[in-house]
Design a protein around this ligand. Sequence first.
Ligand SMILES: [Zn+2]
Length: 405
Amino acid sequence: MSRSARTAQAARLGAAWMPLTGSAHGIALEILLDGPLPRSELARRLDLSAASLTRLTKPMLDSGLLVETDSGYDAASGRPTRPLDVDDRSHHFVGVKLTADTAYGVLTTLRAEVLAAGEAPLHDRAPGTVASTVTTLVRSLTEQLGDVALADIRAVGVGLGGLVDATGDLVINARYLDWTSVPLGPMIEEELGLPVVVDNDVLSLTRAEQWFGTARRCDHFAVLTIGEGVGYGLVVHDEVVDRPDAGIGLLGHFPLDPNGPLCPLGHPGCADAMLTTGGITARATTALRRPLSYEQVLDLALAGDPVAHRVVDDAARALGRLVAAIGNLTMPRIVVLTGDGIRLAKVSGTTLAEAIRRDRNPYASPLDVRVQLTGFRDWARGAAVTAIRTFVLGLRAYDFHAQHA
Ligand SMILES: [Zn+2]
């Protein structure tokens, strides 16, 4: 198929998703999250008759949004079934994670499967330069794949550590980039000609866990990230808690060890001092009197170096205290531990588990703690999921296409 034919097809398919409302939208969403699904299961989940389901799915099958998969057999009746699925390669998305010095990007399918990945250095942090770098990165990701044109991208998500307003346009404050009040979304849209939604990076990662991660389909869970900072996301009643303060990093200065080292704000033993990659590396570097990377500190601890082992063990104990506090205060069913520094939880797993147990009521249910080793690519995938949600739930992408129709 030629590029222009693909583009025309993609535009038609894009239109197929966005006007969906009511039961039709519910059907498409169930299939996106759990498909392929037999018609009988869909009818049960959405409380629809077989006739209604057939009527509602026919236009979606005709437009190509839904496809019938190979037949299976219905367990109850033994009759052949043709389960329904979404054609998840009919829509593409890009997610970009911004750090202080690099933009990391991924191009994904509708189900957040990563098809291409790349990165670009940020030569300076001026908003105009960052917007241009993101634009170039998005173009290079489509060129990497060859058969995906820029027009096939439904929406672009950008994640960063900072406070973003509810529209996904304006970065209110981003500490690592030294920004206040930057309209990053419209700036990139202007250059790229695609809908762009900006989101706090931890909230993006939480949304990715909710739809496509280890906590998918769990209606009450928490996400704790450690890396350059400490991040916390919470899902209650199947909703991501995205109140304005969620982007501040409220757990960053949670007190964990009264005898611990000071953080830059002067708190002894807070989460920032005990758990960040910078805090852990600084303690080991000071004690051993030689420069070390975070991974080297963890490797030394594993190899039995007494100083590195002590520093890492103290950090794991503090992490256990924080996980237990999250469990005690918000009663989640699952706590997902992730972020680029989370290898700590693997290196000192026993200490972590003991510390969690010590701070829990003996009658409390055991906490389901799941460690997800991640890199910056996973943060970028989180930003792609923000874009996917925006598109599927008809939030911003719909406005953009309506304005540019
Ligand atoms: Zn602090």
